[in-house]
Write a protein that binds this ligand. Structure first.
Ligand code: ZN
Length: 116
């Protein structure tokens, strides 16, 4: 599968910055989060949508979001990975308690996108 990286237009770039600002305010994390957009190829050549990692010095979480997916896919991925950052190293991936954290994060996103 060869995907061209999805380039954001100006409006999407602005919305992306606002989304991250909202997540930082409404869904705080223990340590700051950096978000990096790029193609993510894992061993074997498969691409994944994103993942959450801790920086080597442990001072930040780093969320990787794949640019091989649509704009909405990238938004969904950053919301999902943000929930990991809020729950990093506390529990197994995708356990019920993580699910609650994801639900809160998704709800913040939904509230933010509701028309005023
Ligand atoms: Zn996950």
């Amino acid at each position: 599968m060869t995907n061209q990286p999805h380039k954001m237009n100006r409006e999407q770039a602005r919305d992306w910055a606002l989304l991250l600002k909202m997540l930082r305010r409404r869904c705080p994390t223990k340590i700051p989060v950096r978000v990096l957009r790029r193609r993510i190829v894992i061993h074997g050549g498969d691409e994944i949508n994103g993942y959450c990692d801790e920086s080597r010095n442990g001072l930040t979480y780093v969320l990787y979001v794949s640019t091989s997916q649509s704009w909405q896919g990238q938004v969904d991925t950053v919301v999902h990975e943000w929930a990991h950052a809020r729950y990093y190293d506390e529990h197994d991936w995708h356990d019920p308690e993580w699910g609650e954290r994801f639900s809160e994060t998704y709800r913040a996103y939904e509230d933010w996108t509701e028309p005023i």
